[in-house]
Design a protein around this ligand. Structure first.
Ligand code: 7TS
Length: 408
């Protein structure tokens, strides 16, 4: 059966898209911050608390066994979603930030020593900067930053120059949350491997937009958050090559991550449980299955075409606005558009268009060094999902023009 992509029909699956904000139908263009949830995900959360609530990985009773099976089924679905070779390589986390902190701690302990180097890029989210700064400070290691060009693309020749035998880790965003740039990570991973460095992919923004294949990319680690992939908050995933996850130490100690405990010595559980201490967000973990099922029934070729059309249309329409400048014009770009407008502050624009029902994000988008690089205080950002429409782009443009009349 061919899968069809019908945006009007898809919108029916997301109840929040029908609500009004300030007397106007919501136009939700803040998908980079978090995506809306289909009814099936909302139902799965309710069903868990209504019928299934119990702790996992410990009970002999029926409810606990059912919850454990449902939770572990999600792991298998994520394995399929990112094409991981085995399910033990898929670790539940709280989200992208949690995954990067886990790696900074667990990889950092033995793998990074004084004088070693870690490479990030100029367009990283704070959560892919600060944990590495903290590690470098502790270990007296050196953080290097791969520069970008005016279009907002990493300059590969400069990245290459940074790589050397002292480079232990490279941690790079797949799609920039601020610029929309799709980085050539497959190439960057191969280059890092040539000097023996391990590569971490921050897939927070790519998981909702691109088909992810960790084996084809050959990344050593990948992190993402489910709340940006039409799933619940409070759950995310870390993928790691099994041989690496086997040798690095656990992140947090506690229940579930142990095999045996005495006061003298503790032995750790096998993968993936070694990295999953304590009771997790079980409801969100289980409801993640519904989000993955939802993603899997979409025709992704059609989704890509639709998102590309939205990006091209919105870019063209926005450029017609007097004094508007787009920040981030990479050749390879996802449906995220940041812009500034002469003479007005992004925040003021955001507040006024909210009154017209339009949700965008304004500010630095947790990429302050990137804002400094562009010498701007912040941007207005419209980030689209597959359920957005050209009509919503038109509403954004009308709202911006009205805001400018009021502010100028
Ligand atoms: N990395 C990238 C590229 C992101 O876009 C974000 C969140 C994170 C990491 C952190 O993810 P979390 O789920 O752990 O918070 N980005 C955004 C954003 O663009 N607007 O709000 C959050």
């Amino acid at each position: 059966m061919t899968k069809v992509f019908n945006v009007a029909k898809v919108r029916e699956d997301f109840p929040i898209l029908k609500r009004e904000v300030n007397g106007k139908t919501l136009v939700y263009l803040d998908n980079g911050a978090t995506a809306q949830k289909p009814q099936t995900v909302i139902d799965a959360l309710t069903k868990y608390y209504t019928h299934e609530n119990s702790n996992i990985h410990r009970g002999v009773h029926t409810l606990s066994q059912e919850a454990t099976s449902a939770y572990e089924l999600t792991r298998e679905k994520i394995q399929g979603f990112i094409n991981a070779p085995e399910k033990e390589s898929v670790i539940f986390t709280k989200g992208t930030t949690d995954g990067i902190n886990l790696l900074a701690f667990s990889l950092g302990r033995d793998f990074v020593q004084e004088g070693d180097e870690i490479i990030i890029s100029a367009m990283e989210h704070h959560s892919n900067i600060v944990p590495w700064q903290m590690l470098c400070e502790q270990k007296k290691a050196v953080l290097k930053v791969a520069p970008i060009n005016q279009r907002g693309e990493i300059i590969l020749e400069e990245y290459k120059k940074l790589l050397n035998p002292k480079t232990k880790l490279v941690s790079i965003v797949h799609i920039s949350n601020t610029l929309g740039t799709i980085n050539p990570i497959q190439e960057m991973i191969a280059m890092a491997h040539e000097v023996g460095a391990k590569f971490i992919v921050d897939a927070a923004q790519s998981a909702p937009h691109l088909k992810i294949d960790v084996q084809a990319l050959d990344c050593d680690f990948m992190v993402f958050s489910m709340h940006k992939v039409f799933g619940p908050t409070g759950v995310g995933f870390l993928y790691g090559k099994k041989e690496l996850l086997e040798v690095i130490p656990p992140y947090q100690g506690g229940g579930d991550m142990i095999k045996t405990v005495t006061f003298e010595k503790t032995t750790y559980n096998e993968l993936p449980h070694k990295f999953e201490a304590g009771t997790p967000n079980i409801a969100a973990g289980i409801a993640t299955s519904a989000a993955i099922d939802y993603m899997n029934q979409l025709d992704w070729n059609a989704v890509h075409l639709h998102e590309k059309e939205l990006l091209d249309y919105a870019t063209a329409q926005l450029k017609l606005i007097d004094g508007l400048r787009i920040i981030g014009e990479a050749k390879e770009k996802a449906s995220v558009i940041s812009f500034v407008i002469d003479g007005v502050h992004p925040y003021d624009v955001g507040v006024i268009i909210d009154k017209m029902g339009i949700a965008v994000r304004t500010g630095h988008h947790c990429t302050q060094p990137l804002m400094d690089w562009f010498k701007i205080p912040g941007t207005i950002r419209a980030s689209f999902a597959f359920y957005n429409t050209k009509e919503e782009v038109d509403l954004l443009v009308v709202a911006l023009k009205r805001a400018l009349q009021m502010l100028r």
